[in-house]
Design a protein around this ligand. Structure first.
Ligand SMILES: [Zn+2]
Ligand SMILES: [Zn+2]
Length: 348
């Protein structure tokens, strides 16, 4: 079968021929119906060097996957051949207290996981391929009957990550609250829909690109603002001087973090999701009183089930641009150049 593999750090991935995987006991092989191309894959290609992570190349890219069960190993009882499934991407040990809650992103026994701190497409072979080996049926979530794997694939990260970020701040998203979403890309456009679908808060979307702001309005943002050094001030003007109750930063650069802190209301939440690598000073007076700063990372398996439920009811939808497996490398080139509308999904 064909697979897009990262063969070395600091290199472009290559489409190569590899053997089709065979499931061992407890394992499942899925036929890929869609694999999302994520910005973090670009970091894997370009920014990491040997030793920075507990794992490394070669491996097949793709950590946002859905498809159909192709074959199962001995002892698999929850899924059968032909079932449509999404793959829960963060693979933990399955037995520590976090994993037992389904929060395998924060597994505290990484040496008991299939690979420490990784998963399919993150050290082990992912889904930018015709087939993918999933090491346990525990990592599979059945798809609602009306959800195609192509549509579901990006929801496993580009949907789950913003869902988790929004859910953490639900208590601050009452009917009179304002949520500022900075960065309307693959994750940000989902965050807008998730806030609108699960709360009554007002959403102000911020981006530097006109097309992104148009997308924000299409998916339900109440207002949009161009990203510049006046944005935080404008958010205050639009909220009677108070600021936004919750600011979700899907970029994470120094300018967007500064904007987020300056735009946050007292008692508000500033949540850093994007991994642009920016930093800002944190002190008693660097933001309004009692503003909470937090990071988030991916999401839990129960949350993925909730995301798929919202999607099957038509309440959220990942905009996507489809690429064939032969064009998979091009998907990442387009992603790096900012040319992709919504999420790039690779379909073998
Ligand atoms: Zn990702
Ligand atoms: Zn664990």
């Amino acid at each position: 079968m064909r697979a897009l593999r990262l063969l070395n750090w600091k290199s472009e991935p290559e489409l190569v021929e590899v053997p089709k995987p065979v499931p061992g006991p407890g394992q499942v092989v899925i036929r890929i119906g869609g694999a999302g191309a994520c910005h973090s894959d670009l970091h894997l290609m370009h920014d990491f060097t040997a030793g920075a992570l507990p794992w490394g190349p070669p491996f097949t890219l793709g950590h946002e996957n859905a498809g159909w069960v192709d074959s199962v190993g001995a002892g698999v009882t929850q899924v059968k051949e032909g079932d449509a499934v999404a793959v829960y991407g963060p693979w933990g040990c399955g037995v520590c207290s976090r994993c037992r809650l389904g929060i395998e992103t924060l597994c505290e026994n990484p040496l008991g996981a299939p690979i420490p701190g990784g998963g399919g497409g993150l050290g082990l072979d992912g889904g930018v391929a015709e087939y993918m080996l999933v090491p346990s049926e525990r990592f599979l979530v059945p798809l609602p009957h009306n959800l195609d794997p192509l549509v579901a694939a990006p929801l496993t990260d580009a949907g789950l990550t913003p869902y988790h970020a929004v859910r953490r701040s639900w208590a601050k998203m009452g009917p009179e609250a304002t949520v500022a979403v900075i960065g309307v890309g693959g994750l940000g456009h989902m965050a807008i829909q998730i806030v609108k679908a699960t709360t009554a808060a007002r959403v102000i979307a911020v981006d530097s690109k006109v097309a992104a702001l148009a997308l924000a309005l299409e998916v339900g943002a109440d207002e949009t603002l161009e990203s510049n050094d006046q944005t935080a001030l404008k958010i205050r003007e639009m909220t009677s001087g108070h600021g936004a109750d919750v600011v979700l930063d899907f970029v994470g650069s120094e300018p967007t973090l500064k904007m987020a802190l300056a735009a946050a209301r007292t008692l508000g939440d500033v949540t850093l999701v994007g991994i642009a690598g920016g930093a800002v000073p944190f002190s008693f007076f660097s933001q309004g009183y009692e503003v909470s700063l937090q990071t988030t990372y991916w999401g839990s398996k129960p949350e993925l089930e909730e995301v798929l439920n919202l999607a099957s009811r038509g309440l959220i939808h990942a905009e996507h641009t489809r690429y064939s497996l032969a064009d998979a490398a091009e998907a990442y080139v387009d992603l790096a150049a900012g040319r992709v509308v919504g999420r790039a999904v690779i379909v073998p």
